[in-house]
Design a binder for this molecule. Structure first.
Ligand code: BYC
Length: 341
């Protein structure tokens, strides 16, 4: 992501060389957490700002495909659950923006990078949610993929990111179960409901596999593994996701839309077909089914909320002025009492 950032940290040390000669890499190899006040290579800091802010944007944009279904969810209980889930995603975005800010960047700059199209967010949220089954697929598949990718991040070397991820993963597990429950219910329903679930599965399977990013051979941010940020590669995570999800799909009675899918006893993994990388890069570069709608919804929400931000700043100013006033009065009273004594 090309997030424009305001660089308020002091200049950092040079890029790392090798464990044994580089004290920073040695700390990482010893599984020590790097904290905001610690010395760190500038390239490490920039990498984290890119990844954490991209992750935060994904959470915030990720509220949109499901948010539109809160009023249309099929029962009061489903509406309550979905409302709570979408609020959780907003909370995840906030923890992550806060984690990025510990690296000396300004949240307003990060948000500006998102709104101007300079910053990336996960490709998956540029697909449409046309039916209720799509909400089930987001929970079961998309949150399932997110957990697969994010559980290793709980052990990442940067303390504030690792700690945020622990809480996020707990909430994501609940999200995934609610998605599975929606799909499970549909698959026990009428033939039309089963068909709706299968159609939705057919649309979400491949874009979900793309969430893990390009093949390792095309993944440019390999240094993240040396830094203890990226513990498993894109292809390793994608394979793990396929391996755990195929039995779940079969339990649900869904057919995986991939004629090449088969168990490979020699590898101990499922083989699966080729992803459409042209589609992936088109969506990443802004030309997916909903890219325009997603960004304009975010920009509108931000502009519509300007009065809330102004009111909050005014309120905070008044409170601190009142507090300063009160401490002046207390100071004056105690010096008068001292003088009287
Ligand atoms: N979409 O070198 P690579 C959620 C970009 S939120 C868009 O492999 P890296 C949820 C990549 O940024 C889930 N862009 O990159 C929320 C790079 O471009 P730049 C979000 C992608 O960073 C609400 C270029 O391709 N999760 O679950 O090593 C409701 C080369 O890639 C994508 C996270 O953000 C993509 N899918 O690996 C429900 C987790 N993939 O930046 C659910 C944290 C790649 O050089 N992030 N690109 O211009 C990560 O773990 C890693 O950043 C990634 C990519 C695995 C995503």
């Amino acid at each position: 992501m090309n997030a424009s950032t305001s660089e308020s940290r002091p200049a950092a040390t040079a890029a790392p060389t090798a464990v044994g000669t580089d004290p920073f890499l040695e700390r990482i190899a010893n599984d020590e957490k790097i904290e905001p006040q610690d010395d760190m290579p500038e390239s490490y800091r920039k990498h984290l700002v890119r990844q954490i802010s991209q992750h935060a944007h994904s959470e915030i944009v990720g509220m949109l495909p499901e948010g539109g279904w809160i009023t249309r969810a099929p029962s009061l209980k489903r509406k309550e659950v979905l409302l709570a889930k979408v609020q959780d995603e907003g909370g995840h975005g906030l923890y992550l923006y806060a984690a990025a800010e510990t690296l000396g960047v300004n949240r307003a700059d990060l948000i500006d990078a998102l709104h101007s199209g300079r910053a990336k967010y996960s490709s998956i949220f540029n697909y449409a949610t046309d039916t209720w089954a799509d909400i089930g697929m987001i929970g079961w598949l998309v949150d399932g993929a997110a957990i697969m990718n994010q559980v290793p991040l709980c052990r990442c070397s940067y303390g504030p990111y690792a700690r945020a991820m622990i809480r996020i993963c707990k909430e994501e597990s609940f999200h995934q179960r609610q998605g599975f429950d929606i799909v499970h219910n549909l698959m026990r329903g009428t033939p039309e409901q089963k068909q709706m679930a299968q159609d939705s599965f057919d649309r979400w399977w491949w874009p979900t596999l793309m969430m893990f990013g390009p093949h390792d051979s095309d993944s440019v941010h390999t240094q993240a593994s040396e830094w203890g940020i990226k513990r498993l590669s894109n292809d390793e995570l994608r394979q793990r996701f396929v391996d755990v999800t195929v039995p779940q799909a079969s339990f649900l009675g869904l057919t995986i839309p991939d004629p090449a899918l088969r168990w490979n006893a020699e590898r101990g993994h499922y083989d699966f077909g080729a992803l459409d990388w042209d589609e992936f890069w088109r969506v990443v570069k802004g030309d997916g089914p909903c890219n325009e709608a997603r960004l304009s919804a975010r920009v509108k929400a931000f502009n519509d909320g300007a009065w809330v931000r102004e009111a909050a700043v005014t309120h905070a100013r008044k409170r601190s002025a009142r507090a300063a006033n009160q401490s002046d009065v207390r100071g004056a009273t105690s010096s008068q009492s001292r003088a009287a004594a």
